[in-house]
Design a protein around this ligand. Structure first.
Ligand code: PPS
Length: 322
């Protein structure tokens, strides 16, 4: 039987033609400032803009981000997992999903991918992915976002939605992001790591500036539950308990241990609901050439990309208050 993923995959070529046609017609609002093109991105249909300080691509615009953002009304049962990309979003999403649904079986959500169970607020690609639009989802809605705190829809700031934020050693974020942009066909980054790192620091990569992003959420740590990738590595069951307490969905010790076990790197790499291998079918990634979404899952991979001095300087830059 054909799945939604098969339907999406069958439309890849047509979708590229549609995107090209939409791009021809695209007239970004005045407050979307086009950034100079970075020739290292080889995918021909992507443009980067700065919108209210943050770098976003033409994709949110093409897919109705502004309309959807205005329409978004937070509900008391909403749970939002926010992050700068590559900080452990998927990891925290799966953990949250399991806490909310009391899910302790191996393949959560019957194997449905997180993209459907826990959709992205920023790119309302529901049509393209044959998904239920976020507005029509039933409670409890679990929603992912990479938007900085100030760009969250106003009803999230004033509403009762519960927001969680995950951050990670910025050097590992940068390495993971570099590989991600090399892997996905919607970017096809072909510059060197040094070039990518420099554009990260200049605040020119998607969702930059990085420091403002992290510090913007940490400033709201009184209402936002902030966890780190490194804490997830060190003691996942403890994070499960913190998340459960924050969401007011208590878990037993046995449940906490089970959720911790099913959210190990190895378990999530095997789980079709979390490993993003379906992207290999839908055309999102270039199969085989640049690795997979679940790449290494390590703390400290940066040491393979930075010298000790470069790493120290980068960390100092990242921690500077802005
Ligand atoms: S995204 O695209 O922004 O949502 O990506 P995000 O999920 O934030 O980050 C992807 C990185 O997280 C790693 N990951 C994990 N590490 C350890 N354990 C588990 N369970 C896990 N799940 C995801 C994933 O491998 C990416 O990191 P790198 O360093 O590239 O391997």
């Amino acid at each position: 039987m054909a799945t939604k993923v098969d339907e999406v995959a069958a439309r890849w070529e047509q979708q590229q033609r549609e995107i090209a046609a939409m791009l021809d017609q695209l007239k970004p609002p005045d407050d979307w400032k086009l950034l100079p093109a970075d020739p290292n991105y080889k995918y021909p249909l992507v443009r980067y803009y700065r919108y209210r300080g943050t770098v976003l691509s033409n994709f949110p615009l093409l897919w109705g981000f502004l309309e959807s953002w205005k329409r978004f009304q937070a509900r008391p049962k909403d749970v939002i997992v926010a992050s700068f990309p590559k900080s452990g979003t998927t990891w925290l999403q799966e953990l949250v999903w399991r806490v909310v649904h009391g899910e302790t079986s191996v393949n959560s959500g019957g194997g449905a991918t997180l993209e459907y169970r826990f959709p992205l607020l920023d790119e309302p690609y529901a049509d393209i992915m044959k998904m239920t639009p976020i507005h029509d989802m039933e409670d409890p809605r679990l929603i992912k976002t990479h938007l900085p705190y100030d760009l969250l829809p106003p009803s999230v700031h004033t509403g009762n939605a519960k927001v969680l934020y995950v951050s990670r050693d910025p050097r590992d974020v940068c390495v993971s992001y570099y590989h991600f942009f090399r892997m996905i066909n919607y970017a096809e980054y072909r510059g060197t790591f040094q070039e990518f790192r420099d554009s990260f620091v200049r605040g020119e990569v998607m969702y930059a500036p990085y420091r403002e992003h992290v510090q913007g959420y940490l400033r709201h740590a009184d209402t936002v539950l902030c966890v780190t990738y490194e804490q997830l590595h060190a003691d996942r069951a403890a994070v499960v308990r913190r998340v459960a307490a924050f969401l007011e969905r208590p878990v037993t010790d046995a449940e906490a241990e089970s959720i911790a076990r099913h959210t190990s790197f190895e378990a999530m790499k095997e789980n079709p609901g979390t490993n993003y291998r379906h992207w290999e079918k839908t055309g999102m990634v270039n199969v085989g050439s640049e690795g997979t979404f679940m790449r290494k899952g390590q703390v400290g991979d940066w040491k393979n990309y930075f010298t000790e001095e470069e790493g120290a300087a980068f960390l100092k830059w990242a921690k500077q208050p802005v």
